[in-house]
Design a protein around this ligand. Structure first.
Ligand code: MV4
Length: 448
């Protein structure tokens, strides 16, 4: 097992990883930008090094500085968390070439899955269901129109280097398809240095259901069931839960098994998420793989009892997964809300500033993953998440009641937050009945 790990991240996920390491008897080296100097979680690391100015592009994204800190700190492994360099295959490769283990998948698997067209080829070979669409990249308007006439409009144009909703375009006829192809390719070239685009039938009002997987370096792959992340706004998830409500047991079994087949076919190891969209008939389609630990991992931890960060570290060190699929339960119901410092009266723009008052709710089945405290100043340079409140109860109804109680109990003053919006969502009949899709928040809760 590793004796020392560098945590190449900040905020709540850095704290989450440092805590896991402390419990495992592993020393930690933290890194911080000038904007995070003196942050409270750094005191829980054994050492902490400044890696540059506030802007992430000059600090948390600087491979050379992180590798320098890893050399100075004399670590055997780096945990990238989520965001920043977590899905940068070059970083993973550099780490390993420096004899520092990257706590994540092999860079070859990251590269294959990072390209959506290649990822879909692997999925197809593994008999994982795909949205009808182009067979690979589309290279001409004629080809695109031929595909459209075969599968029918609406069509979604996606960038092969995209993901997370970036660079997508809907087309409703040949005219908008031709225009959309040009624009999408140009945007993709600018944003990702890769103009490749492909087509899919546009699934209207889908649910977003993803499967948590864990794979060791000895060929063992398990899933930790699914999370429903449909409750989102502009591709920002607001609420995640496990299990997915109103989801037939047979479909669920097929979905989780499909995720495991795909991970095996990609020779993927460590923790990962296979993302699907689900249509009104509960048919599911593979969308993409997230080759990292995700923000919403705690809901899967709560229903299975498995510490995902600890398992990431163990499999990266070469250990065999200590459980078989049959030994992974899904107990009760877990819900997570993301509490962001955002101003609902200013288009949910980030709302940095000092937290002048903070009271954290507690009680049976309540978990708060956060690095903030009363008196903490939220810097303006990074994402606006203040913390994640997670509840775990025997049933979904009880989990919703508990979450509403916690949000009522919580006091967070000095900055505006998403708490009022979260309360509205959790009280809405469509959410309570588990009938939400990815358009629910924008359709029902954005009128002002
Ligand atoms: C889709 C889709 C409808 N049809 N693909 C957006 C994020 C990216 N991961 C995939 N996304 C979508 N792909 C087809 N063929 C609708 C979405 C989508 C979405 C997916 C998951 C969560 C939220 C979403 C919000 C809008 C659109």
């Amino acid at each position: 097992m590793f004796q020392r790990i560098l945590v190449a991240n900040r905020g709540e996920i850095a704290l989450r990883i440092i805590r896991a390491c402390r419990e495992m008897g592993i020393q930690t080296v933290a890194v911080f930008s000038e904007a995070d100097r003196g942050a409270d979680y750094l005191r829980l690391a054994n050492e902490a090094y400044c890696i540059g100015p506030a802007a992430a592009s000059n600090s948390y994204l600087m491979i050379n500085r992180i590798i320098s800190a890893a050399e100075v700190g004399n670590v055997q492994a780096i945990h990238p968390g989520y965001g920043f360099l977590a899905e940068n295959e070059h970083f993973a490769e550099v780490c390993r070439s420096c004899n520092i283990e990257f706590i994540g998948p092999p860079h070859e698997a990251m590269a294959k899955l990072g390209d959506k067209v290649t990822a879909k080829e692997i999925a197809k070979a593994a008999k994982v269901e795909l949205v009808p669409g182009s067979d690979g990249l589309v290279t001409s308007e004629q080809e695109a129109m031929a595909i459209a006439s075969k599968i029918g409009y609406p069509i979604l144009i996606k960038a092969t280097a995209g993901g997370g909703g970036k660079g997508m375009r809907v087309a409703h006829n040949d005219i908008t398809l031709k225009a959309g192809l040009k624009q999408a390719a140009m945007e993709a070239e600018k944003a990702f240095n890769n103009a490749g685009v492909y087509l899919e039938k546009y699934i209207e009002n889908p649910r977003h259901v993803e499967v948590q997987v864990l794979a060791d370096q000895h060929g063992n792959v398990v899933h930790l069931w699914e999370r429903d992340c449909s409750t989102q706004r502009r591709h920002q998830k607001l609420i995640e839960e496990s299990p997915a409500p109103n989801f037939p047991a047979k479909t669920r079994e097929e979905l989780c098994n499909a995720a495991v087949r795909l991970v095996k076919a990609a020779k993927y190891t460590n923790a990962g998420t296979v993302e699907f969209i689900v249509d009104k008939e509960n048919k599911f389609y593979f969308i993409e793989v997230n080759a990292r630990i995700q923000v919403e991992h705690p809901v899967s931890e709560q229903v299975t009892g498995i510490d995902l960060i600890q398992q990431q570290i163990r499999v990266a060190a070469g250990e065999v997964l200590p459980f078989k699929q049959k030994q992974i339960p899904c107990m009760g119901h877990a819900i997570e809300v993301r509490i962001n410092a955002e101003d609902p009266d200013n288009d949910f723009r980030g709302c940095p500033g000092k937290i002048t008052k903070l009271r954290i709710p507690g009680g049976h089945g309540v978990r708060f993953d956060s690095h903030v405290y009363e008196g903490y100043s939220i810097p303006p340079y990074y994402d606006s998440m203040v913390g994640k409140l997670i509840v775990h109860k025997p049933t979904r109804t009880e989990a919703i009641a508990c979450m509403l109680r916690c949000l009522d109990e919580m006091v967070l003053e000095g900055v505006k937050t998403t708490i009022p919006l979260l309360k509205k969502v959790l009280s809405h009949s469509a959410f309570v009945e588990g009938k939400m899709d990815t358009t629910f928040v924008e359709q029902h809760l954005m009128s002002r």
